[in-house]
Design a protein around this ligand. Structure first.
Ligand SMILES: Cc1cc2nc3c(=O)[nH]c(=O)nc-3n(C[C@H](O)[C@H](O)[C@H](O)COP(=O)(O)OP(=O)(O)OC[C@H]3O[C@@H](n4cnc5c(N)ncnc54)[C@H](O)[C@@H]3O)c2cc1C
Length: 287
């Protein structure tokens, strides 16, 4: 079944849109974290959110969660790794499952992680974002795994059960993965090498290792890798005043469209995008 709309991102932009879709009885597939927005939670005090002066970030994030729950909005806690436009709908890949939606809202926040040299080039040719989807391909082989957050440690353990040897790099302190076939790299992976497919990695200090594949497990995927042909300006998604991107049926809102990185802007853009998508769906229905 194709959902009316898929929202990627459970920050204030995604929530603002989700509320509006619910009010308009649209079927919504909503991807992101069940804890909503880590960024909102990290804000100490928010002085400029109208009506709730100096609200704590944790408190506001909890209010967001409560609002979503009260509206009966469900979150699919999965990372979307690929989107393909297919005629008048979009096919989305998340955790090895395929979903379909007529319209798409990217509310994915700002992408701060730098992609590695070779990451884009070898994606699907030895580079993977999904342990569950591609892990089995590396039975008995040698792989490198980059962990962007502690919550992916269990995926590194899963990969170590399949592969013969794992070179591990973590983008945070105190990585707890400790297995006989896992070698922690002293410095992070700086480069992915290969020809037709991945053949090795180099750390930022130039240490080289031969590997058959590289798993990059982060909280987010660069917009350029998520959907082919999406127009960007630097790290930001280019949108018009209706929050429409250059791809028909694909809209974007919040930090991912540019500065200022502010909750009120995210909420406002999520609202505009939702109304534009409602118009778009109405037009689709007429066709
Ligand atoms: C320390 C700090 C303090 C701040 N203080 C303030 C302040 O005082 N006032 C203010 O207005 N703003 C503040 N901000 C900025 C504010 O938090 C952001 O502007 C706001 O959260 C942006 O909302 P968003 O919905 O665009 O994105 P985010 O809140 O970043 O949410 C994006 C969501 O998308 C999800 N996501 C991304 N990619 C994928 C994918 N491929 N699949 C599934 N899910 C995905 C993420 O997991 C996340 O849940 C602060 C930010 C920080 C970090």
């Amino acid at each position: 079944m194709a959902y009316d709309v898929c929202i990627i991102g459970t920050g204030p932009a995604g929530l603002s849109a989700a509320i509006n879709f619910k009010l308009h009885n649209k079927s919504v597939l909503w991807f992101g974290s069940k804890d909503m927005s880590l960024k909102v939670e990290k804000s100490e005090k928010i002085a400029n959110y109208p009506g709730i002066p100096y609200v704590g970030g944790k408190e506001l994030n909890e209010k967001f969660m409560a609002h979503a729950e009260e509206m009966g909005l469900e979150i699919t806690d999965k990372l979307v790794t690929n989107i393909s436009p297919m005629g008048s709908s979009f096919m989305l890949l998340a955790d090895n499952e395929v979903y379909e939606a007529k319209a798409l809202l990217l509310a994915i926040g700002s992408f701060t992680a730098k992609s590695m040299p070779g990451e884009e080039e070898y994606l699907g040719r030895g580079v993977s974002y999904c342990a569950t989807c591609d892990g089995f391909l590396y039975k008995g082989k040698t792989i490198a795994v980059h962990l962007g957050a502690e919550k992916y440690e269990h995926e590194a353990v899963y990969l170590a059960e399949i592969a013969d040897k794992v070179y591990l790099s973590a983008g945070y302190k105190d990585c707890k993965v400790d297995l006989p076939n896992v070698e922690k790299l002293a410095t992070p992976i700086g480069k992915i090498n290969g020809e037709m497919k991945v053949s090795g990695i180099e750390t930022v200090k130039g240490e080289a290792r031969d590997v058959d594949g590289v798993f990059i497990l982060r909280n987010a995927v660069a917009p350029s890798m998520l959907i082919n042909g999406l127009e960007l300006e630097g790290p930001h998604i280019v949108v018009d005043r209706k929050m429409q991107t250059n791809i028909a049926g694909c809209y974007a809102a919040g930090d991912c469209t540019g500065r200022p990185y502010q909750i009120t802007k995210a909420v406002g853009e999520g609202n505009i995008a939702a109304h534009s998508i409602l118009e778009y769906l109405a037009e689709l229905d007429k066709q």
